[in-house]
Design a protein around this ligand. Sequence first.
Ligand code: ZN
Length: 455
Amino acid sequence: MRSYKQLPLNLYQIHIKFRDEARPRFGLIRAREFIMKDAYSFDRSWEDLEVSYQKMYDAYSRIFKRCGLDFVVVEAETGAIGGDVSHEFMVWADTGEDVIVFCEACGYAANRERASFKFEPRPSSEKVKEPEKVHTPNVRTIEEVSSYLGVEPSRLLKSLIYKTSDGRFVLFLLPGDRELNEAKAARAVGAEAIEMALYDEVLEIAGASPGFVGPCNLKKNVLIVADRTIEGGVNFISGANEEDYHIANLTPGVHFKVDRYADIVFAEEGDLCPKCGSPLKFSRGIEVGHIFKLGTKYSAAMNATFLDKDGKEKPFIMGCYGIGVTRIAAAAIEQRHDKDGIKWPITIAPFEVHLVATNMNDPKVREVAEGLYGEFLNKDLEVLYDDRDERAGFKFKDADLVGIPIRVTVGEHRVKEGKVEIRLRDTGETELVDVADAVSRVSEIREKLYKDLEP
Ligand SMILES: [Zn+2]
């Protein structure tokens, strides 16, 4: 690819991948071997990338709809792959490993890694008190300090020392009842990644071990970044940077400096929606697709350029788009099953029709079943024919377990009346039809099931 005239371009592959999981989890959701669809878009400009990205976003939405999945598109962290904007396609499922933060009022949805929430700092009406050192022997965790001193965890300041990927040390301050979101914290200090400082590094910076660290009297000057929910608050308690001591009545800006306030904590259920202010809800989901605006991160680094209209060499503006193909099947099963087994959406079912002959020793049953099997095949219906020499109940149990959408039963009694039974796995609806009409009725039902999944 040399010229702008060859753009835009999309390249993709569908291939088996391997992941070195120490312990594969969640059954088929996270296996060592899986099939992925990966696509990459190449564009001349950011405006064109916008078009490519939106097309892929829409196509993915149609694909997942057609696969019969109930899903939501959420704002996501770009993580190690990088780039600025990314969306995940999440299938709602209680067994999912991701937490979806969403707002029923306005439709805002984000991965918990990414989710922000609305917060307006309100200056406290409390009087600023004088700091007071308190002896807290061997009392380290938020829970321990909170119960030892008899104060709410939200009055405590968690003081966490981190090292950025470019070698800087930062002290993050957050309320005791909140959890640091490392992705947000890294963004707040303009670092690609952050990791907790080592024990010795903490000792050197704070002069005390983790558990007694605080923002006052640090041995070394480091950047102090506080969560925005602390701004305006007074009389907090934190570690004293001295073994077995805490300090009460600390007020930011009065007793210690804060270099920057930022959103560095995870949203909690009940926090307010960043778009409309309604309470946020949490649910779990399975990620089946992830799309990224990469921009020039890789093309610039790898010197992948094209000749633009103005005669200048420029890096491709890229996007990247993945679908967990095998995961779609696993997610569909998580979402569509009952105590008896799977309820496949017809679009991805291994077969469309499950033909069950109840007694293969009955000549009439055999004749009708074999006849229908041939006719289904002629009509290009994908049919699984259970001609095993087993009891009817046994075959029905297997049919429910396997979960093929349309079951056609040729039974000894009904067939004498010239009838067969059609049953839908999803709804349990049953109808009797004349043998002569069976194929056309099954074709009709099949069309309808496909139509129901049309985007
Ligand atoms: Zn909202």
